[in-house]
Design a protein around this ligand. Structure first.
Ligand code: PLP
Length: 459
């Protein structure tokens, strides 16, 4: 099995070298040096922003998944980053897909063609579907979907009577950064009503699904929801209902970063232990999952340029400020931020922070683009800088800075207060790990959008 996987990965590497010009990069090479090289090679006379995509990341995540959660088939949640290259890699390695709309389904069709097994490798994982989308999924041969309310069951009876339907449960997702339970999911009492209706309508209920909320910080939620699923599996079997549930879908919510806590192996261990107790292998239940950010987060780095600046040139006389600057000189060259998240200045208004900043920079991607994830995904970005003009200084004093995006809108502010050295027009700000819920939900407002992708394959 391992030899086969190695062969598949090697094949993908060669395929993407030919197809997308993905350059092979040594595994040891730092992202900083790759960014520098790309800036020199691809954009020395071009200040457009671009993404560096490390295609081997998606294969690595797939292999890691199979290593730690081998019982569970991953169905990549396309919404987190709907790009053909991710779909192609995951499909080649054997994964399936969670599609929530006709457009997402079309992406799989474009990438995987007609021979793909739509019946077993796609789930239409939206509990509230439009009829035109149902028609298309059905036409293509998709069989699995989810429902969490009576009207959806009636809709399926009329428009997709042969669907295999999973009941979507409602977990306690308080500890997730993006909870979904106020919008989707049925509690246990509602599930029983749905079981009764499904029996009456002769709907083919085949199992349960759930989503613990995106960026789930407490893995115990998986345990608790799996217990809930077990109870529904048991109730569904009772004579009154007579179903024989065979599919369990444990949704998404897994982190995409190695440094996040709890780590993926830790979460996997908790899930495996619970599954072994509640859904032992003997029972022959197919277990699937819908990871989105787990696959997509770490694969992309955004590279932007400073296109304009406003330098306030303050003279630093106060001792306090000098101490502060010195502390920062010996600090890291990177900063992370969630827009205006600065503990010293939390009480100040954004306007005051901007007015009191030392320097203001304008870069060529912003809140309407990649950084929409600050608003929609509670995302924390990590910023690094790269000075393009050679300078003998090794360390640079840091200044309170503001970073604006490129549009004409003043809400297009990426960071209200962040420590950065004095940077010039043409210098680079780059942001690693921007692959999920970023380009997927970016707009073209004001004519600005990061469209260029540079591909590498880190070995
Ligand atoms: N499945 C469903 C139904 C979702 O709504 C989402 C996210 O919105 C996902 C899977 C992917 O979640 P995550 O990116 O947290 O893995």
């Amino acid at each position: 099995k391992k030899r086969k996987q190695k062969f598949q990965v090697h094949h993908l590497q060669e395929l993407f070298e030919t197809k997308l010009g993905a350059k092979h990069v040594d595994y040891e090479q730092s992202t900083a040096s790759i960014v520098k090289k790309c800036c020199e090679e691809f954009s020395s006379d071009n200040d457009e922003p671009f993404y560096i995509v490390n295609l081997s990341h998606y294969a690595r995540q797939y292999l890691q998944w199979m290593h730690f959660l081998g019982r569970i088939h991953p169905f990549y949640a396309i919404k987190s980053n709907p790009k053909n290259f991710i779909i192609e890699i995951i499909a080649e390695l054997g994964g399936g897909f969670d599609c929530a709309s006709s457009e997402e389904l079309n992406l799989v069709r474009e990438t995987c063609g007609n021979n793909f097994d739509y019946a077993t490798r796609i789930i239409f994982a939206h509990p509230c579907k439009s009829i035109s989308h149902i028609r298309q999924f059905r036409q293509v041969g998709v069989q699995m979907t989810v429902a969490d309310n009576e009207d959806e069951l009636k809709k399926l009876k009329e428009h997709w009577p042969d669907a295999k339907v999973l009941l979507r449960l409602k977990p306690d997702d308080r500890h997730s950064l993006s909870p979904f339970s106020m919008k989707f999911g049925a509690n246990e009492r509602e599930c029983i009503t749905l079981l009764r209706l499904a029996r009456k309508l002769n709907i083919n209920l085949v199992g349960c699904s759930f989503h613990v909320g995106s960026q789930c910080l407490d893995p115990k939620v998986y345990t608790e929801t799996l217990k809930q699923a077990r109870r529904i599996f048991d109730i569904a079997q009772q004579d009154e209902f007579g179903f024989n549930f065979k599919i369990l879908d444990i949704g998404g919510g897994f982190s995409g970063y190695d440094w996040d806590k709890p780590s993926f192996p830790e979460v996997a261990k908790i899930i495996n232990n619970t599954l072994d107790k509640l859904f032992p292998k003997l029972e022959d239940i197919t277990i699937i999952s819908e990871p989105g950010r787990y696959f997509s987060s770490g694969g992309m780095t955004l590279v932007t340029r400073i296109i304009a600046r406003r330098i306030h040139n303050r003279v630093y006389k106060s001792n306090e400020k000098i101490v502060k600057l010195e502390r920062n000189i010996s600090g890291s060259t990177s900063n992370s931020f969630e827009n205006n998240d600065d503990s010293d200045n939390n009480s100040k208004s954004d306007k005051a922070l901007i007015e009191n900043a030392d320097n203001i920079y304008y870069i060529n991607d912003g809140i309407y683009g990649t950084f929409n994830a600050i608003i929609f995904d509670h995302k924390t970005f990590i910023v690094h800088y790269l000075k393009m003009k050679k300078d003998k200084k090794k360390k640079y004093p840091q200044f309170r800075s503001v970073i604006f995006g490129p549009t004409c809108d003043s809400t297009d502010c990426i960071a209200h207060s962040i420590d950065l050295p004095l940077l010039d027009i043409g210098d680079v700000l780059w942001f690693p790990g921007v692959g999920s819920y970023t380009n997927a939900s970016a707009s073209n407002f004001n004519g600005f959008q990061t469209k260029k992708y540079i591909f590498i394959w880190k070995k």
